[in-house]
Design a protein around this ligand. Structure first.
Ligand code: UT7
Length: 332
């Protein structure tokens, strides 16, 4: 019997109905559809508008979709990991709230805060628990209500982000399919270029922090862009080399969806043609931790058992990494 590997065995998702398109944004800030399409590649993003609804609600709907699709009873789940930077509240963890709302009562759960790398960091974490032999069903849910931390008067950031959630089931596989390798990296120096200035222990909320708009996401776009292009492309190339993969061996690149130009640079570095790259940035924008599983959700029917798939992400922290997996099931 071959080594136990951790394999994704199903995907669920939830996307809010409201579509914020470039035309509407151009009435809110000084921007145009042409600028956004040329510089980023986004047409519209989904926004959770319902009063009183939060990240945990989108996460819950995505997990419920996953449980239904995989025929899993809530009581069968051993562990739930939530990747998010927009938790419902500072504490408790959003994972705990999602587990409660999904009636997942026999599991333990926690959040992972790795921004746009959240899904791949969570997948590497889930892999350890599956490979240990102790856990059989681990749910990863990546959920973000980015609209809750965006200043819709700031054209530098408001055109970029959207809301959404996606969830995957991770289970043991004995056919040598699933997560084959991963490389994850961080560099805390990069935190200055992409962060939220207030609301944490360094600068608790005050009248002044609210007036100064310090609870919104702050990004120095060009610095992040430069780091993202080189780090994401290099780490994806590194994982290919380490596993003796050429571009012909790779069926799909699944890159984080922050900017079409970053996606294209990564594909070029891997010598992969654009039709092997999962792209849905035009529909959802940057949903932070949720971009990669939302791509897998959208392309699920095109994935075949045994396909070599490379995931690659870069985000605030800085955090970045790449995962190599062999897809574990044919379209259902
Ligand atoms: O997912 C987490 C990681 N994040 C990323 O990977 C994002 C990385 N960064 C980027 O994708 C890009 O830097 C942005 C899309 C954020 C910005 O694109 P850019 O090509 O780097 O533009 P820029 O910031 O250098 O700005 C160029 C010009 C500026 O005008 P001036 O100073 O040259 O007159 C900006 O004010 O574009 C202006 N600008 C806009 N114009 C129209 C910035 N935002 C907009 C806008 N519409 N929405």
């Amino acid at each position: 019997m071959s080594k136990v590997r951790a394999a994704i065995t199903g995907i669920g998702a939830y996307l809010p109905e409201y579509r914020l398109n470039n035309e509407e944004l151009s009435k809110m800030v000084d921007t145009t559809d042409e600028w956004i399409m040329q510089r980023i590649g986004i047409k519209e993003r989904r926004i959770l508008k319902e009063e009183g609804k939060a990240t945990s609600d989108m996460g819950t709907w995505a997990v419920q979709d996953l449980l239904k699709k995989t025929g899993t009873k809530p009581g069968e789940v051993d562990m739930l990991i939530c990747a998010t930077i927009t938790p419902d509240m500072i504490l408790p963890a959003t994972a705990n709230i999602i587990a409660y709302k999904c009636k997942i009562h026999n599991a333990w759960s926690f959040d992972i805060n790795a921004a746009c790398s959240g899904f791949i960091f969570a997948l590497s974490t889930a892999t350890q628990f599956i490979e240990s032999g102790r856990y059989k069903k681990v749910v990863i849910v990546a959920a973000e209500k980015m609209s809750s931390i965006i200043d819709y008067t700031d054209r530098n950031t408001c055109v970029l982000f959207g809301d959404g959630a996606a969830a995957v089931m991770v289970e043991p596989n004995f056919e040598d399919l699933g997560v084959m390798d991963y490389i994850n990296r961080v560099d805390g120096l990069g935190r200055h270029h992409l962060h939220i200035k207030a609301g944490g222990s360094l600068k608790p909320a005050s009248e002044e922090t609210v007036q100064n708009k310090e609870h919104y996401l702050y990004q120095e776009g060009q610095a992040v862009f430069k780091a993202a292009v080189s780090s994401m492309a290099n780490v994806a190339a590194e994982i290919m080399e380490r596993n003796n993969l050429t571009s012909e061996d790779v069926a799909w690149l699944v890159p984080h969806q922050a900017n079409m130009r970053i996606i294209e640079a990564t594909a070029r570095r891997m010598e992969i043609s654009k039709d092997q790259v999962m792209i849905n940035i035009q529909k959802y924008g940057n949903t932070t931790a949720a971009t990669i599983p939302l791509c897998l959700f959208d392309y699920e029917k095109q994935l075949k058992k045994g396909d070599n798939v490379i995931l690659a992400a870069f985000g605030a922290g800085f955090t970045w990494g790449s995962t190599y997996l062999k897809w574990a099931y044919d379209p259902k």
